[in-house]
Design a protein around this ligand. Structure first.
Ligand SMILES: [Zn+2]
Length: 313
């Protein structure tokens, strides 16, 4: 090939690649890896594993709840351009199946799930919760649906980091060692977070909690808390008067003094319960929305810890 000055920039790139003994595929692959994530925790974990080796873009705007997201045509374009797509799994991103269907068998990027590889023993099923024994039947509570909120347990976040690291290494083998280093550094931070929560939880005098939706079963299991009930037994489905009355009775029996809600729009029944029982409302963030920066997960988990210390000690 003639590498003369008259050639276009694109041809020059190919020319240089060939001069270095690389084929066209590798020359194209030389651009930074493109990662698209579904929601804030996936963004934080991917950004920490990637460091400066990849671009990370969150599909959902920072203030949109992944539970009820509707896929837009522009999202299909973003997904199509990605090398790796990082999602939670466990039915949190129902829209992902639609995206894969829309691709119609054409190439779809590598998808890695935070929940990938978790055993049935590690998963929690909503229908198994003690409060669910009295819940009104709803198809979404069938036991085959595992609760998706695993990221709120730092040890399961560590598991998610392993999944992400492996996917990035497969997509970009040349930087495998760097992804392992980045992941290792962040896992140490997650382990410190886990230790700090465990140490604080050991001194809680109250262990019974009530939240606005069932987002904290993994966290509660990890740190010895007991979820007495939730306001929305099925996400986005308002409680019936009968269910509310049952929850209030359970809270009174356990002498619960606080109800935890998460931004941006807690169900109005939560403040109703607080006023009925004369108790307070405090914010325990599910981190389903939040600022798109690498530190958000840790920042919000530590803020949650401060809230729990204030309310459960
Ligand atoms: Zn949720």
């Amino acid at each position: 090939m003639n590498c003369g000055m008259q050639q276009s920039v694109r041809e020059m790139g190919l020319c240089l690649a060939l001069a270095c003994g690389l084929g066209l595929d590798q020359a194209v692959e030389a651009r930074p890896l493109k990662i698209v994530t579904s929601f804030v925790p996936a963004y934080c974990f991917a950004a920490n594993a990637a460091g400066d080796l990849a671009t990370v873009e969150n599909l959902l705007p920072a203030d949109v709840d992944p539970h009820d997201y509707q896929l837009a045509p522009r999202d299909l374009v973003k997904l199509g351009e990605a090398d790796v797509v990082v999602v939670n799994g466990l039915s949190l991103e129902g829209w992902l199946n639609k995206a894969i269907e829309s691709a119609g068998g054409r190439h779809f990027p590598r998808v890695v799930q935070l929940a990938g590889g978790l055993s049935a023993k590690e998963l929690i099923y909503d229908a198994d919760a003690p409060w669910a024994q009295h819940a009104e039947f709803h198809p979404a509570m069938e036991s085959r649906f595992a609760n998706p909120h695993l990221w709120l347990d730092p040890q399961l976040a560590e598991h998610a980091m392993t999944n992400i690291c492996r996917a990035l290494q497969e997509a970009d083998p040349a930087n495998a060692a760097a992804y392992a280093r980045n992941t290792g550094a962040y896992v140490l931070r997650l382990q410190k977070l886990d230790e700090d929560i465990r140490a604080a939880a050991a001194s809680f005098t109250r262990r019974d909690i009530v939240t606005d939706h069932n987002a904290f079963p993994y966290f509660a299991r990890r740190y010895g808390l007991n979820v007495v009930g939730v306001v929305e037994e099925v996400d986005e489905v308002p409680p019936s008067p009968k269910q509310l009355a049952r929850l209030e009775r359970a809270m009174q029996a356990k002498r619960i003094t606080v109800i935890f809600t998460s931004p941006p729009t807690p169900p109005r029944e939560a403040s109703q319960i607080a006023s009925d029982l004369g108790i307070t409302v405090a914010t325990l963030n599910t981190i389903e929305i939040g600022p798109l920066k690498g530190s958000t997960y840790e920042d919000e988990m530590r803020q949650n810890l401060r809230v729990l210390e204030t309310n459960l000690r």
